[in-house]
Design a protein around this ligand. Structure first.
Ligand SMILES: C[S@@+](CC[C@H](N)C(=O)[O-])C[C@H]1O[C@@H](n2cnc3c(N)ncnc32)[C@H](O)[C@@H]1O
Length: 178
């Protein structure tokens, strides 16, 4: 076993222990509730665009993108475009032809303008419309046809019914391992 593999094994063991640490879970939840009340996740940017994410999630996405090396990243929910720019910049670093497809029910003009003039826009396509509208889902499926490794990020309307419908419409695009 290499030193790296040994380190990863230690990490895996530590993460299991961490996951069953009730005091840590309580403190984390308390922090999350207080941070959420202060709109903490709204206060970050990626390469000049606001990204509405927790920094830890951004790092986790980077790990997933590196592991999967996706051909296509689909994200529902664009807002200011920071997450699209983040995904595009990771694909740019990895190399290859990876592309990002963003869907939003309302792409505001000032956001569209900034995204379109960003240097990472070369890897981005945007569709305006509801992610659960049949015609939008058909466009997304057509776009994803022939793409082998697809990542799907659902960050639009977070109600139970809406996310469930997005999963019904798009989960078949994601293969095992992605
Ligand atoms: C949390 S923000 C997205 C944040 C963005 N992913 C980021 O990380 O910066 C949610 C976005 O979802 C969009 N949205 C809400 N309902 C939607 C729907 N039915 N279909 C597509 N987008 C929707 C909103 O317009 C809003 O821009």
């Amino acid at each position: 076993m290499s030193i790296y593999q040994q380190f990863k094994r230690e990490c895996a063991e530590e993460i299991i222990i961490q996951g069953s640490d009730r005091a840590l879970a309580r403190t984390s939840l308390e922090w999350m509730e207080q941070a959420n009340a202060r709109k903490y996740s709204y206060h970050f940017e990626w390469l000049g665009r606001p990204i509405i994410q927790y920094p830890q999630d951004i790092v986790a996405m980077q790990e997933i993108i590196w592991a999967v090396q996706p051909d296509l990243i689909i994200e529902t929910g664009i807002a200011h475009g920071g997450s699209l720019i983040f995904f595009a910049s990771m694909l740019e670093l990895i190399g290859g032809d990876g592309h990002v497809l963003g869907i939003d029910i309302d792409i505001r003009k000032h956001n569209r303008d900034e995204i379109e003039k960003h240097r990472m826009f070369k890897r981005i396509t945007m569709i305006e419309g509801s992610s659960i509208a049949p015609e939008i889902a058909a466009s997304v499926r057509a776009y994803a046809a022939n793409k082998l490794r697809v990542l799907l990020i659902l960050d639009s309307n977070h109600t139970h019914e809406h996310v469930l419908e997005e999963l019904r419409l798009y989960s078949s695009l994601v293969r095992q391992g992605s």
